[in-house]
Design a protein. Structure first.
Length: 73
């Protein structure tokens, strides 16, 4: 997918990351598996010669603005 993105002519990729949903609530330690996954995706983009914006700003509220089936009726 990232290669296809690059092949379309894009040079920058925004990678939004929310850490709080993968954090231990007692120790505030981020899951090592999650950190590894973020690094993996980041490296795929870098290996494709993309600039990457690792965006740790998480807009968690915007999903709730979409109407579900019940609200559409």
């Amino acid at each position: 997918m990232i290669k296809g993105y690059k092949d379309c002519g894009f040079g920058v990729m925004r990678l939004p990351v929310a850490w709080s949903n993968m954090m231990d609530k007692e120790t505030y330690t981020i899951s090592p598996d999650y950190v590894a996954r973020v690094k993996e995706v980041l490296n795929w983009a870098l290996d494709s010669d993309l600039y990457v914006i690792l965006n740790i700003h998480y807009d968690n509220g915007w999903f709730s603005d979409f109407a579900d089936d019940k609200k559409r009726d």
